[in-house]
Ligand binder design. Sequence first.
Ligand code: PHE
Length: 337
Amino acid sequence: MKEKLEQIREAARTQLAEAQADLEAIRIRYLGKKGELTGVLRGMGQLSAEERPKIGQLANEVREYIENAIAEKAEAQRKDALENKLKNERLDVTMPGKAPEIGKRHPLAQIQKEMEDIFVGMGFGIVEGPEVEYDYYNFQALNIPENHPARDTQDTFYITDNILLRSQTSPVQVRTMEKQKPPIRIISPGRVYRSDAVDATHSPLFHQLEGLVVDKGITMGDLKGTLETFAKTMFGDQTQIRFRPHHFPFTEPSAEVDVSCFVCGGKGCKLCKGEGWIEILGAGMVHPNVLRGCGIDPEEYSGFAFGMGIERVTMIKYGIDDMRYLYENDIRFLNEF
Ligand code: PHE
């Protein structure tokens, strides 16, 4: 029996020496109810009274030995596992981080926002109108009857005979005056369409910002003051504006408005093509026919309107010489702004 106990101790020692030893299986094998050591203890009854305490003591030693060895091994395995985990999950905090890429507004959207802020600062509200528009709002209500030559310069895309993609933001003037009685003071930015071939200064889709003010006693002086404030805020305090007579069917009188070149200050340079002035918009006093068509009495009220190209202002302000850059979405170009 003594040998048997020594054997058990030895066998347990060998098994526990293995790195991956299954501790629970070992415990059951030796110390479990049907385990080998338990088996030996059961046979103790057959021993002589003299031998029994000696074997009993040895058996206890062997049990203690196995129990301790299992506990030590468990601790060793736990440490190993932890070390492995730490090794595998190690993080090199000295590695350079990944900078999150933050998007930003497209240059056209930046300029549009800047324009909006300037007019909102002067008390204008912002309204929107549909891009798919009736011929009535885009032309007829703006004093451009069928077959009027002004339609040629604004040839657009037709959905049906009387539904089209708006060629200007001016229809929003009419929609606003139909809904709202004076005083009116609004701007309306948005997309417009014309059936133009793409080149450095043309695109079938571009953006305009319309302005409209209607009230009692509105004069061309108000128009000039408003546009001058806009020009100085947008292009710098030195900026002058200049009105040139022009014709739009829906304003009378009408003008094209230039700003003094903010690069050369009027001497003439590449940006202004030697002119000293840069055209930025069309404007005028709202035509009595347009007011009347919207149910506003031109004897009582007057107003001014203007419309400018957002691409145009963006290109001037940033010195962009080809409009196509604005639509290609080349990230190298966009990152410049
Ligand atoms: N809608 C005109 C255009 O696209 C510009 C304009 C707007 C002119 C308002 C006068 C008044 O050319």
